[in-house]
Design a protein around this ligand. Structure first.
Ligand SMILES: Nc1ccn([C@@H]2O[C@H](COP(=O)(O)OP(=O)(O)OP(=O)(O)O)[C@@H](O)[C@H]2O)c(=O)n1
Ligand SMILES: C[C@](O)(CO)[C@H](O)COP(=O)(O)O
Length: 234
């Protein structure tokens, strides 16, 4: 497909993790909150953003649950098989786009509380500037660096410290190249922004809600339930 004929934005939703820190037999994306599983909440949020033309959900090769969900049949949703690490799953999603999309917006399946308004703000910032970026929020607490004994070494200025959230949005071509480079250098890549940093490209920090939590450990499920309930009420 020629550049001018490219579609604009595809979302990649990595959902191939096992959720070790969640300590549950069910992968956390399939735990239930208010009658729906986590990934259904997440996909419903993305589907509310009309600018996202396609959503690629990246699943474990052992996944036999996703196809049983009604949302799996949504015309804007397709699936791919992921890999051992989050970066491998994101890469599988990106390469499945076959160069047909200009932008990829990567969002963790485990972040169901994202606000569609924040996603739209990220899309507006990136498409207007033509450079990628991510949702994030500035550190609120006093930040400490620990020494090797686990005691305080020093207090770090929080002025320039931000928490990285998802979605993270980059040109597909740039992100594939950045991940290729980072993997070849054996860098640790926990998010898309770290790959983009590795190739010295800029990323916008777009302020998003700190309620866009990632369900990581058991107490987060309860917190997510309260946040989602609050979103319904307002
Ligand atoms: N090989 C992997 C690992 C993670 N993920 C996805 O990346 C997102 C964020 O990762 P994380 O919270 O670390 O999820 P898990 O790897 O499942 O959790 P844990 O590290 O506790 O095992 C999740 O939606 C998860 O499903 C993925 O698609 N492929
Ligand atoms: C992508 C991410 O959610 C941004 O905060 C995060 O980096 C995922 O990896 P983690 O190891 O679970 O923090």
């Amino acid at each position: 497909m020629s550049t001018s004929a490219k579609h604009s934005i595809a979302a990649i939703v990595p959902a191939a993790g096992v959720g070790k820190r969640m300590q549950s037999d069910t992968p956390k994306q399939y735990l239930t909150i208010g009658g729906k599983c986590v990934i259904e909440h997440t996909l419903e949020k993305l589907l509310q953003v009309a600018a996202i033309e396609k959503i690629v959900v990246v699943l474990s090769k052992h996944d036999d649950v996703f196809e049983t969900l009604a949302i799996a049949k949504h015309p804007r949703i397709s699936t791919e098989i992921g890999g051992a690490e989050r970066v491998d799953s994101v890469y599988a999603g990106l390469t499945s786009l076959n160069d047909e999309y200009q932008w990829a917006l990567v969002h963790d399946a485990a972040r169901p509380c994202v606000e569609p308004g924040d996603i739209k703000a990220l899309i507006a910032t990136c498409t207007e500037s033509t450079e990628g970026g991510l949702l994030a929020y500035p550190a609120k607490d006093t930040i400490k660096r620990a020494n090797a004994d686990g005691n305080v070494e020093t207090t770090v200025s929080r002025e320039l410290i931000w928490h990285a959230l998802t979605p993270q949005m980059y040109k597909v071509h740039d992100l594939v190249k950045a991940i290729d480079f980072s993997l070849a250098q054996q860098f640790t890549i926990t998010d898309e922004s770290s790959a983009i940093e590795a190739v010295n490209k800029p990323s916008h920090l777009v302020v998003g809600s700190s309620l866009n939590i990632k369900i990581t450990s058991p107490e987060d499920l309860h917190l997510a339930e309260m946040i989602l309930q609050q979103q319904v009420n307002t």
